[in-house]
Every structure is written in C-alpha cells, then in structure tokens.
Design a protein around this ligand. Structure first.
Ligand code: NAD
Length: 456
C-alpha cells in the first residue's frame, strides 16, 4: 500500500484481526508453508534485492548477500527445523495446593504486529523480524524506511506476490503513515531505528498499553588492550567499521587503544584499509556510500574534530567519505557526542582499563561492545564490568550472525531480543493455564470449609 490514509490503515488492521481470529495463522503447517514461501521468494528475487541495495546505498553484491540475504536463509532454515517443538505447550510442575491439576505454558501470538524498519539494512531488518512474527502465528504489517525507496518498493512487490494482505501487508511511506499505523489498534510493535523515534514509538504504545520491542543504536565502544593480537584486531575492527560505509547499528563507533600499542595498531589499520579497498577507497565500487545528503553533511562536520591520521577525503557528488581515522580527540568533540553512523573512527588512548570502564559506565548503555585481549581473565572482567546489549571478544559484529544468540540492546540502546528462538519468543507471550481435575475437589480454600479433602 502506498500513500495510505488513516482510514485505509484502520481497514487493513480490522481485516488482519478478522483473519487472525480465524485461527489459520496458528496452524503449524501454515506457518512453515509461509516461511518456506518467503525463503523461496527471496531466492527468486535475489538479483532484484542486490540491485535495489546498490541503488539505495551503493552496497556491493558480496556485502548485500552476506549482510542482508544470507542471514535470512539461515533464520528460515533454523525456524523451519525447530518450530514444531517451540510451539508445543510446555508442561510445568504442579504445586501441592493444586493437586489433581496440571500446569501448562502456551506460547500465544499477539495478533496484528507492526514492524517498522530503518534504512541501513533495509531488507534484512524487516524480513528477519517478520520471520519471527510468522513463526509465532501473528499477522503483520511491515513499514519499510522511506529513505531507501528502491528496497521499500521491492519489498512491497515481493510480499504482495506471496501473501494475502489480510495476513502480511506492506505499508510504504514516512512519518504520516508510521503515525497512522501507531495510532491504529495493532497488538504489538517491533521497531528498529533511532533513539529519538524509539521514544515516539514508546509514547504511542503507552496510550493503549501495547507491548513493544525497541531495537535502537548508540555509541558502541571498541577496546584494544596491550596484550591483543594487533594484526587480527586491525582487520576485524576495520571490517566491522567499514561495512555499509560505517552505517551499521553495531559498528565499532570509536576506538579505545592502550597507549603502548597505539602506534602499532594505527599502522596496521592503515595497511588493512589499503588491503581491503586499495589506495583510493573512495573510488572503489565495493565501498558503500552515505545514504543521503543530510547524513553526508552531518558526517563531514566531524572531519574537523581532532587530527585526521588517515582518509578525510569526501566526494559530494557521489556522497562518499573515505575511511577516516581521527586522533587526538576530546570527549567534548561533537564526534564523541552522538552515534557516528559513518566511516569515521575516532581513537582515544588509555593506560589503565579502569579509565575505560568508568567512562563507559557514565555514558548511555551501548548496543555492542568489542574487546581485544588474549587474556580470558581480562575478557571476563570486561563482560561483567559494563552494561551493553551484546558483543564480541576479539571480533566485531559477528555476534549478530548467529540464530543461537538473542540480539538486542539495553537501556538507551533498546528493549527486547530477537533472532532464532528469541524471535519466536519476542512475537509471542506466555499464556499460563491450569487444567483442573473434576474428579475431586480440595475444599479447604472455601470459606465454608471445615475439613480437608472432599470427594465429589
Ligand atoms: P529512524 O528512527 O529515523 O527511522 C526508523 C523508522 O521510523 C522508519 O521506518 C521511519 O519511517 C520511521 N519514523 C521516522 N520518524 C518518525 C516519526 N517522527 N514518527 C514515527 N515514525 C517515524 O531510524 P533510521 O535513521 O532509519 O535508522 C538509524 C538508526 O537506527 C540508528 O540509530 C541505528 O543505530 C539504529 N539501528 C538499530 C538497529 C538495531 O538492530 N538495534 C539496526 C539498524 C539501525
């Protein structure tokens, strides 16, 4: 649906509610069939998806496949393999005062779920939660980002081709459509995007007390300690930072490096960038571009912060910024005040790990944290010392690539988890049921009770 009015959206939600209450979406075969159809459609549309991502973000084919498409196949396979056991009601213990009864937990879908997506991974970040919605037995309305219009249009075309809109529908558009959706009688909201809009979503949810999940962003620190394997650290940090030209919610936002290894690491990072993208990365077609002029301008303003030790080149026409490393940065610089979301890496040095920990504890809780050290003891200390949604020891980003690891933030970086089994849990709630016997009645609870067991 394009240019949807409030009235059209209300009608759509009503239609989906009716379909939901038909019970069809809760049948195991129906859910598996839908996930299989979606997987087959992604396969058929692969070249179109890659093309749309190229047009919207300049993503290379390899990057489009690994970060937006391949992950969807993994999720589909995992859900198809496990759904039967996930949806079975679980029998749990029965307490002494409930003798004769049995206790059960049913996993119930919410009903009509709204999924709102961002522009940076505009395909994967809509389709991955959609798989969770279908697996849990929901109807869903998905709202792609208006900032990536080619991918948005393609998603609408693809979903319209495989699903009835009483089950899965796409509403394209911007703030007007999002607002109308948030005001409609939906049963669950799954939002991925900025903290600012996350607060708007939370307010809208509070009006009717609608359950929600927020997948937000923030400044994710990356820390390299003096005992780290520097060669690997350089590669893994620059790979994570430069994916999608730095426009990744879990990209290492800034780098803390131990004073003793700083010069060596900077040298290795420069070599790595050359190895990945050549002498002029800005000219390399494999290297992504900034999504739009507004973000391009916002990012170029950071280039006056600290000293540029590598990169700093910009191409206004093609909205490209070369991989840039900034040294001698102060915490007061604008680049340290907001999520960077671009290929610019500020570097801060430390001598005592407690400086790092104190600073992170003072800041809003990050979505991800990456720590490089050969010492397991130090890794364990880091994991337990600061709050963050998830992360890696001696790597970046890769914790996102597993259906076995629930993904999400904490505090300002988000509320809730999804991926794999966590997606199924995220789009459903636990309905607790006590099944009572009618063979006998324990009458002790009644006001009139004088003695214990009373057989009917
Ligand atoms: P955004 O918040 O601007 O937009 C997200 C969605 O909200 C879009 O569909 C948009 O149309 C809608 N929207 C925008 N303004 C709105 C308003 N006033 N009222 C209602 N809806 C509105 O986010 P973005 O710029 O697309 O994405 C970048 C942000 O998302 C970054 O902060 C990044 O860290 C975060 N992000 C988080 C994750 C994650 O998984 N945690 C993944 C990707 C991006």
């Amino acid at each position: 649906m394009r240019e949807s009015s409030m009235e059209q959206i209300q009608k759509l939600v009503k239609k989906q509610k009716e379909f939901f209450y038909s019970g069809k979406t809760q049948e195991l075969d129906f859910r598996i069939h839908c996930i299989q159809r979606l997987k087959d459609a992604v396969k058929r549309y692969e070249p179109d998806i890659i093309n749309a991502l190229k047009k919207d973000l300049g993503k290379s084919e390899k990057e489009a496949y690994t970060t937006e498409i391949g992950l969807i196949y993994t999720e589909c396979n995992y859900i198809i393999r496990n759904l039967k056991s996930w949806i079975k009601p679980k029998k749990v213990k029965t307490g002494l005062i409930q003798q004769g009864a049995s206790n059960w937990i049913y996993r119930e879908p919410y009903g009509v779920s709204l999924i709102m997506g961002p522009w940076n991974y505009p395909f994967m970040l809509l389709v991955a939660p959609l798989l969770g919605a279908i697996a849990a037995g929901n109807c869903a309305i998905i709202k792609p980002s208006e900032m990536t219009p080619n991918t948005s249009k393609l998603i609408a075309q693809m979903m319209e081709g495989i699903f009835e809109n009483e089950h899965i529908a796409v509403v394209e558009g911007g703030i007007k459509e999002s607002t109308a959706l948030l005001e409609s009688p939906i049963d669950f909201i799954f939002f991925t995007g900025s903290e600012a809009v996350g607060k708007i979503v939370m307010q809208a949810a509070s009006k009717r007390i609608v359950p929600f999940v927020l997948e937000l962003g923030g400044k994710s620190p990356c820390i390299v300690d003096q005992d780290a394997n520097l060669e690997l650290a350089a590669k893994r940090i620059m790979w994570g930072k430069l994916l999608n030209a730095g426009q990744t919610c879990v990209a290492p936002d800034y780098l803390w490096v131990h004073k003793q290894v700083k010069n060596d690491l900077l040298k290795l990072m420069k070599e790595t960038i050359r190895e990945f993208y050549g002498e002029e990365p800005i000219e390399n077609p494999e290297y992504g571009r900034i999504v739009n002029e507004k973000h391009f301008k916002r990012l170029t303003r950071f280039l006056t912060n600290g000293d540029i030790v590598l990169g700093g080149k910009v191409d206004k026409e093609r909205q490209r910024i070369s991989p840039t490393i900034l040294d001698r940065i102060s915490w007061e610089d604008p680049v340290m005040k907001e999520e960077i979301f671009g290929p610019i890496l500020p570097v801060v040095e430390f001598t005592e790990i407690h400086e790092v920990i104190d600073q992170i504890r003072k800041a809003p809780k990050p979505l991800a944290l990456y720590y490089f050290s050969e010492s397991e003891k130090k890794q364990q200390f880091m994991i337990q010392s600061v709050p963050f949604g998830g992360g890696c020891m001696n790597d970046t980003i890769m914790h996102m690539a597993s259906p076995y690891l629930p993904f999400g933030g904490v505090g300002a970086s988000g509320i809730g988890r999804y991926r794999g089994h966590a997606s199924f849990e995220c789009f459903s709630y636990e309905k607790s049921i006590l099944k009572q016997t009618t063979n006998f009645d324990i009458s002790l609870r009644y006001p009139s009770a004088k003695n214990g067991l009373k057989w009917i």
